[in-house]
Design a protein around this ligand. Structure first.
Ligand code: WT7
Length: 668
């Protein structure tokens, strides 16, 4: 075994002083609590729900009838408001002057919101939304960069019971349209322009020609970022001015536990993105519980012996356009009464150590990012990290894809300053495995106590019972066997439905393995019970941790007038994890020119947004299809990576395989 193989297989331990003051102090306690939580989930979740303030108590923890019932209701009969739980109750308890959200602009402007300041700003914004006619249950689309108004507006929606649907700022205007149409949003909140690496880029302007075709939209509420002149339609409203003139009085709307809190669109195997629906009480309880036990930070729920002003400082680098930003920047930390840092810009501007600078300047104690960001920062060398004082850091974390050995080791050594030796000890790296659908962490180490194995998301969270299944749906008990990864009981943070298409929810997650929620991932377990995620078993592609559906990428490619048909698959990439490899069949008579590749890439970017970019394009005369006309993606993946193709007997056009292999070889 090589030196690095030996190191890779060691067990890494969290600094022992973390356990001394932790909420859960030992693995024995974790195991005992986990067993109880899955044997008697109602009892466990009733205990966790005590952290939430209900205006009317719930009657039943969970209405499900069998353990496998994934559509039971949680905290039925209760009334509460999520914004009240995140903001107002802390003011009422006398913490109005304590820090809540710390927003940092890319030019270093800082907005230190106290809970009271947040309450005032959110109330004004909520009143502005009301003035635009937004009522309880209405859908509001937010297409915004990482400005403080994004955080404030989502809380404002929650305050008045409006359902927000946030679209990642890096998506295109036409993907905003699709999402608006799918859930009939009445208001779109957008920025005039985006600040990016010291420059202003258009945002609102990109909607021209598109917003006219969204019949449900009554107002386009424009937030002023740069003051760029973007006024064009009668529906346009100066949202910044409208908010400014509102009163700071706005009552929180009492919501039912199972009322929808938000919709967030995510890519699946086929067709258009699904509107993942999360509810009020279940999402909140699950997010709070997971964050409290996993990160163990001091917060107003439990100060752990420190003064409110000396609370830990939580910094999650995600964009709020993804679920990570919803759950882990805004809702869970604020409801726990934590200090949460939100940063506007990219990790590399104005310099390559921007994340580390933020950690030093703002005293970050808990830092949470993605493997793709670690790989990018690692490339700039250790000196960029070593310039900054990272002494205050207690825990590190990752999410989005497997954190592989090189970046894991760098994170441990260089950022965490962990030790080597037989029993390495250092700042824990929390490897959190979860999904848009699951609301918060599912498989994750409890930072303070769980011994780590690099690349493993370790063990299940409380109330979570993972299962590894074979093709027939039987349990795989053999260690190190690639299996389908599923759960065999529900938890409060699970999505409840796909917006407007409950059948799609049942088909996608609950049908392949009846009685289980299927994640779409492969996983395996080792002899000591550590779980390792092995990637997607379906046509979801993870590019830099961003989730893209093959179908959407193909639709964007196919909308180019010279393209007849296309198919995409993931292709390994050292920085991004995977990139997109595209097979494209051109219209009859169109020449397979190199320039056309660039033209198609530019087209895809404009249709689907800058994050969706085919990295490698290969023109092919035809695509391998089954007799029923389905593209055989397995074959395309194998050809792209020049791997073994396997059995192609069921293809209707096996001759195309050799053609593709030849073309692939030419690409090099
Ligand atoms: C997919 C979900 C939920 C936060 C961000 C992603 C992959 C996520 C890990 C991890 C290995 C991971 C899975 C999953 N994934 N976290 N720690 N280790 N893989 O949310 O966009 O809904 O993507 O991301 O494939 O199914 P998402």
């Amino acid at each position: 075994m090589s030196e690095s193989d030996k190191e890779k297989q060691k067990i890494y331990y969290p600094n022992p002083e973390l356990a001394t003051n932790a909420r859960i102090k030992s693995m024995d306690t974790y195991k005992e609590m986990w067993k109880k939580s899955v044997d008697n989930p109602r009892e466990f979740w009733a205990e966790e729900a005590k952290m939430v303030t209900f205006s009317e108590p719930y009657k039943e923890v969970w209405t499900g009838s069998t353990p496998e019932d994934f559509v039971g209701k949680w905290f039925q009969g209760g009334k509460l408001n999520v914004c009240y739980n995140c903001v107002d109750r802390w003011v009422e308890k006398g913490y109005g002057n304590e820090k809540s959200l710390v927003w940092i602009g890319e030019d270093d402007t800082v907005k230190n919101y106290t809970f009271k300041a947040l309450q005032d700003e959110v109330s004004k914004t909520a009143n502005a939304l009301k003035e635009l006619g937004v009522k309880k249950g209405d859908r509001v689309c937010l297409w915004l960069p990482m400005i403080s108004e994004l955080a404030v507006t989502m809380l404002a929606c929650a305050r008045i019971g409006a359902i927000h649907s946030i679209v990642f700022g890096g998506f295109s205007a036409s993907s905003v349209k699709d999402r608006i149409d799918d859930s009939d949003c009445t208001v779109l909140v957008v920025a005039d322009e985006v600040r990016r690496s010291g420059k202003a880029r258009p945002m609102k302007k990109n909607l021209e020609g598109i917003i006219e075709t969204c019949p449900s939209i009554e107002h386009v509420a424009v937030v002023k970022v740069t003051g760029g002149d973007v006024w064009k339609y009668e529906k346009d409203v100066d949202f910044t001015a409208l908010v400014e003139k509102q009163s700071i009085e706005c009552p929180c709307e009492p919501m039912d536990s199972e009322d929808v809190l938000f919709i967030l669109y995510t890519s699946g195997t086929t067709g258009k993105p699904k509107g993942v629906v999360h509810t009020t009480a279940g999402f909140l309880v699950y997010g709070m519980s997971t964050n409290k036990y996993v990160w163990d930070y001091s917060c107003l729920i439990d100060l752990k012996g420190v003064e409110p002003k000396d609370r830990d400082v939580w910094y999650c680098t995600a964009d709020i356009g993804w679920i990570t930003g919803h759950t882990q920047i805004i809702y869970s930390p604020l409801a726990l009464g934590a200090i949460t840092v939100m940063y506007e810009g990219v990790p590399t501007w104005p310099h390559k150590g921007r994340f580390w600078e933020i950690c030093e300047k703002y005293g970050v104690t808990h830092f949470y990012t993605a493997p793709t960001a670690i790989r990018a920062l690692m490339r700039f060398g250790d000196a960029e990290v070593n310039k900054w004082n990272l002494e205050k850091l207690k825990m590190l974390g990752t999410v989005g894809e497997v954190c592989n050995w090189p970046e894991w080791k760098w994170y441990w050594d260089v950022v965490g300053k962990g030790s080597g030796g037989e029993k390495p000890v250092g700042r824990p790296i929390v490897d959190s495995y979860w999904q848009t659908e699951t609301g918060s962490y599912m498989m994750v180490n409890l930072g303070a106590i769980t011994p780590m194995k690099p690349g493993s998301c370790t063990f299940p969270y409380f109330g979570i019972n993972p299962v590894l299944l074979n093709e027939e749906g039987e349990k795989n008990t053999e260690p190190m066997t690639q299996s389908y990864f599923a759960y065999d009981m529900p938890w409060p943070g699970l999505m409840r439905t796909v917006w407007g298409d409950h059948d799609r929810f049942v088909q996608t997650y609950l049908t392949k393995f009846p009685g289980h929620y299927f994640t779409g991932d492969y996983a395996q377990i080792d002899a000591e019970g550590y779980y390792f995620i092995l990637g997607r078993s379906d046509d979801v592609i993870k590019v830099s941790g961003h989730r893209l559906g093959s179908a959407e990428v193909e639709a964007a490619i196919n909308s180019h007038p010279k393209v007849a048909e296309s198919a995409v698959c993931p292709y390994p990439h050292s920085m991004k994890g995977s990139t997109i490899f595209a097979y494209i069949t051109l219209m009859q008579g169109v020449e397979k020119a190199e320039e056309l590749k660039a033209e198609i890439v530019a087209h895809v970017r404009s249709v689907a947004g800058p994050t969706v970019k085919p990295e490698i394009i290969m023109f092919s005369d035809a695509l391998p299809k089954t007799r029923s006309g389905k593209i055989m993606r397995r074959v395309l993946k194998a050809i792209a990576t020049m791997a073994d193709i396997g059995d192609v007997m069921t293809l209707s056009n096996p001759e195309v395989v050799q053609h593709l292999i030849d073309e692939r070889a030419k690409l090099g």
